[in-house]
Ligand binder design. Structure first.
Ligand SMILES: Nc1nc2c(ncn2[C@@H]2O[C@H](COP(=O)(O)OP(=O)(O)OP(=O)(O)O)[C@@H](O)[C@H]2O)c(=O)[nH]1
Ligand SMILES: [Mg+2]
Length: 256
């Protein structure tokens, strides 16, 4: 069990899938704490300490990842969103645009299936899938293993598609340069207000599925106002990953 969010992923067990290759199962042993009687205060302290410890360890590993990326001049983007907001569709389109000029790699994170890694390979980038089992976020340790398996070239781009979840991935630095949060018009205007941590921990916000605006009661102005309330001045890119409308503005920003 993950003591930070209770989702069961504290890098004790996850699987890596290279598309069309054998699965590597990564398992690390974690010692459970002995069962003692505690006052509420003791238990609260323990929970807080364990959580701090997990994030502290994650941050150390994230710095190690960052050092590796810096040494190889690999630019890394961590894409976070709720399930289905269009992360993989956006990546497919970005790969199409970027692959003539740059080598692009993708680490895919989902609880189960290699569907997204297969989509990415079809789009023309090297991909590896992390299945987190019960886990609801990627952590720096998983990325460390995935990067070793993926073996990205120097001067390349690496995109990480996090597990669809607007809460827990906000806590876990993966060693990325830039975190990109993707909201979509079908999710409603209030997501920045309801999940501020995710928007505040990101450097870029994408509002996807603008092609659907004529069919929805979604009001982009309200979304913009809500985003401003929680993270004033955050760059926002309104686009359609499906049609490609206004995608170049985001690509330019990512490469700037
Ligand atoms: N109309 C419209 N549909 C989109 C757009 N982007 C993605 N979709 C659709 O939204 C659905 C989910 O897209 P994905 O790209 O799989 O979303 P995801 O965020 O990768 O989903 P998970 O990996 O499951 O979290 C698919 O049916 C896409 O075709 C868009 O810009 N416009
Ligand atoms: Mg996806």
């Amino acid at each position: 069990m993950c003591d930070t969010c209770g989702c069961g992923s504290e890098h004790d067990s996850f699987t890596l899938h290279k598309v069309n290759e054998t699965t590597e199962h990564v398992h690390e042993h974690r010692h459970d704490h002995e069962n003692h009687h505690h006052s509420h205060t003791d238990v609260d302290k323990k929970v807080l300490n364990v959580e701090t410890d997990i994030l502290f360890k994650n941050n150390l590993l994230a710095e190690r990842n960052r050092g590796f990326f810096e040494a190889k001049n690999i630019r890394v983007f961590n894409l976070v969103s709720s399930p289905g907001s269009g992360k993989t569709t956006l990546l497919e389109k970005l790969i199409e645009q970027l692959k003539p000029s740059m080598k692009v790699y993708v680490i895919e994170g989902d609880q189960q299936t290699s569907n997204d890694a297969k989509r990415i390979e079809t789009a023309g980038a090297n991909a590896i899938q992390i299945n987190t089992g019960n886990g609801c976020h990627l952590d720096a340790h998983m990325i460390n293993h995935a990067v070793k398996a993926l073996d990205p070239e120097e001067n390349s781009l690496l995109f990480i598609e996090n597990v669809g979840n607007l809460i827990c991935p906000a806590l876990f630095d993966l060693g990325e340069n830039t975190r990109v949060v993707i909201a979509s018009t079908t999710e409603g205007e209030d997501k920045p207000l309801k999940y501020p941590g995710m928007f505040q921990s990101s450097q870029i916000c994408v509002l996807n599925k603008i092609d659907l605006l004529p069919y929805l009661d979604f009001n982009p102005e309200k979304f913009i106002a809500n985003l401003k309330k929680v993270v004033p001045g955050q760059p926002l890119f309104q686009l359609s990953a499906k049609t490609g409308k206004d995608l170049e503005k985001l690509t330019d920003k990512l490469l700037s």
